[in-house]
Design a binder for this molecule. Structure first.
Ligand code: GLA
Length: 686
């Protein structure tokens, strides 16, 4: 059974002999009270090879429940092939009637992609219980960080020492969920954004997932990921094959930022992604909610166009009967009562102003109060006929694995895309698929997205799921951005964006300027904090601009100009995050060749020190000289005390990159919840 001998630093160009010597030298000792052969953490850890931890493959044959070989598979290597960066290990267990292929691809960006396929070579169905793509962790990885969260508070980090035992994160939502582990990172003690050696794994799948880190008392440690199923959910018929989702892994000796750099580069290189500059967006949701009124929306479009918005997205509320969130899902035709002439008058107005038009849809769902649910009750996704899953936001999942339900939704969306010049769908999923198998739904949704994109190649899709419930690197094969959270509270957003950015590059994360008083938290923030927060992403606005003061409108218009100026940098730069005390966050984007950069300095609370610690700007070329300029996006940040440091008062300073990274700049005591933008340009140096 193959093992990964080394997952870590590049050892240089080792020749065949050196590689063989390395592999041979890594055979471990046979220990006391253990199998008489060395036990190793293999690519598919199994009891048959002496692995006493969780097996990497488990299943059984219901037609032959006593078939011990099927229940305890022992596949052996048949052959290993290598094609470019891909190695495929083919394994077979004739007694169990199983064939397994583990495929590993090391991408140029340093992201390792791993998939496992299981083929049933037997004559009876094989029920899969578990398939886990597994990688070994070295003993020096002693801490584990992963993410959790809730609605409007997605991707919150949690961290713990790695102990003997199993740390398993299972999510059963039929979507990754707001509490998705997202990235599971093991690392050397105290690893941070800028330091430490880290080994990280992401399960690229929009459905139920299990990610685990397991350390045995023997000292073996592994990290693995796979789908999470209910009993009997996945049955592989004779001659059929199951293919796992991709598990993506990355290593870095430059902390979490190094891991992000690899993943961002990999995501950016994926084929079929929209590469044109990300259009500044206005989304109508927090501006009007369900109150769709042509005149009001036209006025909003006017205001949007005036500040330079390029894409106007009509959110929920436009389709038949949808006057609130209790009805209408599934009836994807324009509501005749609210829109007697269809969406045409609004779409023409929007495009006449030079903006693109985008539309919200929720194709996977249905309200009980809808024509489609009344006509086709059998299309509701259920575990068993007659038992309705609990309603959730008054809705159920529409069974897209049902060919007629699928065709109904596809045809309705195609009709909309045929009738209107829609360039963008905000694709939502506002409930869990909890009380029914969800795999078929996830696959059908993928198929639907593929079909629509094939038919409308210019169409862009945003992956939304009650905010950030569907943020994963599988959906990003089809989507051009994610909606990271329903909270537009700038402070909450700083956290959501920081940790979403662990894997997803900023230009693929929707970031909107919301109202002064957040709709989700009730907290009030200065415009400058809201603007600086929404600058680091695919920027947009989600507020009623028609009610904004002239000063705010002017500031937003200036900001939109800056967004357009900076978006090439945002879309190509390297994300950096300083390891600072919790109350002051510093993050930035450094452009190619470190010629320019932008940083945000955000005080999440008042500094605990009277004189705040120096501001360190990571990621610049130490040999370069840089001009650092403070940019006031709206009213200048509130400073407590009398005299700020001279560089701050003058608004700019010029220093070597090494000094900015190692010595830093003194900060004034900023009031809590302030945001400062720094623009950095190289003025000299090698
Ligand atoms: C979800 C989304 C929101 C909005 C509403 C509309 O909650 O996350 O952004 O689109 O649905 O109902």
């Amino acid at each position: 059974m193959p093992v990964v001998v080394h997952w870590g630093a590049d050892l240089g160009g080792l020749g065949r002999h050196a590689l063989e010597a390395l592999a041979d030298s890594q055979v471990p000792a046979v220990t006391a009270s253990s199998p008489d052969v060395p036990v190793r953490a293999t690519l598919l850890p199994l009891a048959a090879d002496g692995w006493p931890g969780l097996p990497g493959l488990a299943g059984w044959r219901p037609a032959a429940p006593d078939d011990g070989a099927a229940r305890r598979p022992a596949p052996r290597q048949v052959r290993t092939t290598s094609d470019g960066g891909t190695v495929t290990v083919l394994l077979a267990d004739p007694a169990a009637g199983l064939e397994v292929a583990v495929r590993l691809t090391l991408h140029a960006q340093g992201v390792l992609e791993s998939t496992t396929t299981v083929t049933n070579r037997g004559t009876t169905p094989y029920v899969l219980d578990r398939v886990v793509s597994t990688l070994p962790l070295p003993a020096r990885a002693t801490e584990v960080l992963d993410l959790s969260g809730r609605w409007a508070g997605e991707r919150r980090p949690q961290r713990a020492p790695l102990r003997d035992g199993l740390w398993e994160r299972g999510t059963r939502h039929g979507r990754p969920g707001h509490d998705a582990p997202f990235a599971t990172v093991a690392g050397t003690p105290g690893f941070g954004f800028r330091s430490g050696e880290v080994w990280g794994v992401h399960h690229a799948w929009s459905g139920d997932t299990s990610v685990r880190v397991e350390r045995l008392a023997s000292g073996h440690a592994v990290v693995g990921a796979g789908e999470l199923w209910g009993p009997g959910d996945v049955v592989v018929g004779p001659g059929e094959t199951y293919t796992s989702p991709r598990t993506l892994a990355g290593w870095s000796d430059a902390g979490l930022d190094g891991l992000s750099e690899r993943f961002h580069a990999w995501v950016r290189a994926r084929p079929g992604r929209a590469t044109r500059p990300r259009p500044v967006t206005l989304n109508t949701w927090e501006a009007v909610y369900f109150e769709h009124d042509l005149d009001r929306l036209r006025a909003l479009a006017d205001a949007a166009a005036r500040v330079g918005v390029e894409r106007f997205v009509l959110d929920d509320g436009w389709f038949r009967g949808r006057r609130d969130d209790r009805r209408g899902l599934g009836d994807w035709t324009v509501d005749e009562a609210v829109w007697p002439d269809g969406l045409h008058p609004l779409v023409q107005h929007v495009t006449g102003l030079g903006m693109e038009f985008g539309l919200w849809v929720e194709p996977e769902m249905v309200n009980a109060d809808s024509d489609v649910a009344r006509r086709h009750p059998a299309w509701v996704l259920r575990a068993t006929p007659g038992r309705e899953p609990l309603p959730w936001r008054y809705q159920q999942a529409l069974d897209l694995a049902h060919p007629d339900a699928y065709a109904h939704v596809r045809d309705a969306v195609v009709a909309l895309l045929d009738e209107y010049p829609i360039t963008y769908l905000k694709w939502d999923q506002n409930r869990d698929v909890l009380d029914a198998p969800s795999r078929g739904q996830v696959l059908a949704t993928r198929r639907l997205m593929d079909e629509l994109r094939e038919r409308f190649p210019a169409l862009e899709i945003e992956s939304c799921s009650s905010g950030g419930g569907k943020v994963d690197l599988d959906v990003l094969d089809r989507a051009d951005r994610v909606w990271a959270s329903d909270t537009n509270d700038a402070l909450e957003r700083q956290a959501v964006q920081r940790w979403t950015g662990l894997l997803v590059p900023p230009e693929l994360v929707g970031t909107h300027v919301g109202d002064a008083r957040s709709h989700t938290t009730g907290r009030t923030h200065d415009l400058s904090l809201r603007l600086v927060t929404a600058l680091f992403g695919h920027s947009g606005i989600e507020a009623d601009l028609t009610r904004a003061t002239p000063e705010d409108v002017e500031a937003v218009a200036r900001w939109v100009r800056l967004v357009k100026e900076l978006r090439p940098l945002v879309a190509t730069g390297t994300t950096v995050r300083a390891d600072t005390a919790d109350e002051c966050w510093v993050h930035g984007i450094v452009g190619p060749g470190a010629q320019e950069a932008v940083y945000a300095v955000v005080t999440r609370a008042a500094s605990s020190a009277a004189v705040p610690p120096a501001l360190l700007l990571p990621g610049l070329d130490p040999r370069g000289t840089y001009r650092v300029e403070r940019v006031d996006l709206a009213t200048p940040p509130l400073v407590v005390g009398d005299a700020p440091p001279p560089w701050w008062a003058s608004g700019a300073v010029e220093l070597p990159g090494a000094a900015l990274a190692e010595v830093g700049l003194p900060l004034p005591p900023l009031a809590p919840e302030q945001g400062v933008l720094l623009r950095v340009t190289r003025s000299g140096g090698a």
